[in-house]
Design a protein around this ligand. Structure first.
Ligand SMILES: [Zn+2]
Length: 491
């Protein structure tokens, strides 16, 4: 008996298998996995009595995998569900939980989906994978491709969080810049003839995403909270959590699913929230922004599924501003010890907004899904700590970590010029007499030229000595003084 098959969300066609295609071969719509109900029932019994595997693979029977011996795993899933008493106090709520996805292998919830997607790539005997990514998916795909020994090419938009880019490169992926996400997706598709195309909306990836919902229920003692709050980028995570809950209910693992699915988007970039509020059409242009870029998506692939999840569950969508997200990041880190990236912290900002306006009651047990780690976006992380009272100390440490690039000879030249304005020959003599450093005179001039180019010293005039080339005097610039200060007395 076939355990699972695929159904198009648009034309409703069924397919027994999909190999290289990630969308409906008839109409191009999105494919979702459906399971044979009888098989799912017996799987539910097994899950309660004797589950196999760990993390998301605990739910192996509920995932579209043909051969369990080929699973590609980095230990994804089984993330903590924290009961957050200090955050609850701040929001005057009884129960608020954080589903902390920052502890996945690459620091984001994407690993749940990528593990299933790359397992499928291995099952179809692919030698390489490719994909388009706004950030976290690229980091995750690169890591799982590395684990599976597959070549990996990722197309990214110009605006992307640096930490995610560092990850992709560290995991050995080939990374190519595209104009924007739409262009990246086109370029990835262009490679799909000879490379296995993976995306955040292929049916295998999507199935992995639903395990966030499975785990929340199981961690709460096989029941749903009153509300689950999820960031909405392409709309896939919220849709799939809802799909997972319905599956659990259909096989009796949940007696009811009274949960309001609540999606968070950014003010001004909220196509799904706009559809739900019936205020008009979604914006068609892709925003060029890095801050919370993973959820600033102009044309969300699973918008209609996300709308359906919110409507069916009597939930809602909420939009938050950059400032509200920033404040939520700080609050979450300081009250609960969880450092979230902006897109992730949007859920906490969303709860605050709904609570302030009375749309969430004090008694509603609420789960915020924190989808990714704060260090993935070092630019925002730096902004956050620099405005702290310890900001000056941070600046000094940052300077210190860049100054070793100067090298010790340049540091000594700076030190010499700081005593008094000096010229090449004199500096050369000082290096030898005070620092016992023997270098050739042209080397000193080369260093001076480089220090000048770096803006650390400046020429303040030439002195003409009879019959000799002009003698140039150098002194430290303000920046040079600062750098010298950070180098400390050893220079
Ligand atoms: Zn179709």
């Amino acid at each position: 008996m076939q355990r699972f098959f695929f159904k198009c969300t648009d034309c409703k066609s069924y397919f027994r298998s999909v190999n290289k295609t990630i969308s409906c071969p008839r109409c191009g719509g999105h494919l979702l996995t459906s399971y044979n109900h009888e098989v799912l029932h017996s799987s539910a019994k097994r899950l309660m009595s004797k589950p196999i595997g760990r993390g998301i693979w605990r739910y192996l029977d509920f995932l579209p995998v043909y051969d369990a011996s080929r699973i590609v795993s980095l230990g994804e899933g089984d993330t903590f569900l924290h009961r957050c008493s200090r955050l609850a106090e701040a929001f005057n709520m009884k129960e608020i939980y954080i589903k902390d996805e920052t502890t996945n292998a690459t620091g984001s919830f994407m690993d749940r989906g990528t593990s299933v997607a790359v397992t499928h790539s291995v099952e179809v005997n692919a030698h390489s994978v490719c994909g388009a990514a706004t950030g976290n998916f690229g980091a995750s795909l690169a890591a799982y491709a590395a684990k599976a020994g597959l070549d990996c090419t990722i197309f990214i938009p110009r605006y992307i969080d640096l930490g995610k880019l560092y990850q992709m490169i560290a995991y050995g992926a080939e990374v190519e810049l595209a104009e924007n996400y739409e262009d990246a997706a086109k370029k990835a598709y262009g490679l799909s003839d000879h490379t296995h195309l993976t995306s955040t909306f292929d049916p295998f990836f999507l199935e992995g995403e639903k395990t966030t919902g499975y785990e929340i229920c199981e961690q709460l003692g096989w029941k749903t909270p009153d509300r689950i709050v999820v960031p909405m980028g392409d709309g896939s995570h919220i849709s799939m959590i809802w799909k997972g809950l319905k599956e659990f209910a259909s096989v009796g693992l949940l007696s009811s699913i009274n949960v309001k699915m609540t999606g968070v988007q950014l003010e001004g970039y909220a196509p799904i929230a706009t559809v739900l509020s019936a205020k008009g059409n979604a914006p068609l242009t892709e925003p060029e922004r890095a801050f919370a870029g993973d959820i600033a998506i102009a044309k969300p692939a699973l918008a209609s599924s996300a709308v359906q999840a919110v409507k069916e569950s009597c939930g809602e969508a909420v939009t938050v501003s950059d400032k509200e997200i920033f404040e939520a990041m700080e609050l979450l880190a300081k009250t609960e010890g969880i450092f979230a990236e902006p897109a992730a912290a949007s859920t906490v900002a969303g709860v605050k907004k709904l609570r302030d306006s009375g749309r969430i009651s004090r008694d509603e047990s609420t789960v915020c899904v924190i989808t990714g780690s704060g260090l993935k976006d070092p630019v925002t992380a730096r902004k956050m700590v620099r405005k702290n009272r310890l900001g000056n100390m941070v600046r000094r440490v940052e300077d210190r970590s860049t100054t070793p690039l100067l090298g010790s000879t340049k540091a000594k030249i700076l030190s010499t010029c700081s005593e008094q304005e000096s010229y090449g020959y004199n500096i050369w003599k000082t290096l030898e007499e005070h620092f016992s450093l023997s270098v050739k005179i042209p080397t000193v001039y080369q260093h001076l030229a480089e220090l000048e180019a770096m803006g650390l010293v400046e020429r303040i005039g030439a002195q003409q000595v009879m019959g000799k080339p002009a003698r140039y005097y150098y002194r430290l610039t303000q920046r040079g003084e600062k750098v010298l200060e950070t180098l400390g007395p050893s220079s």
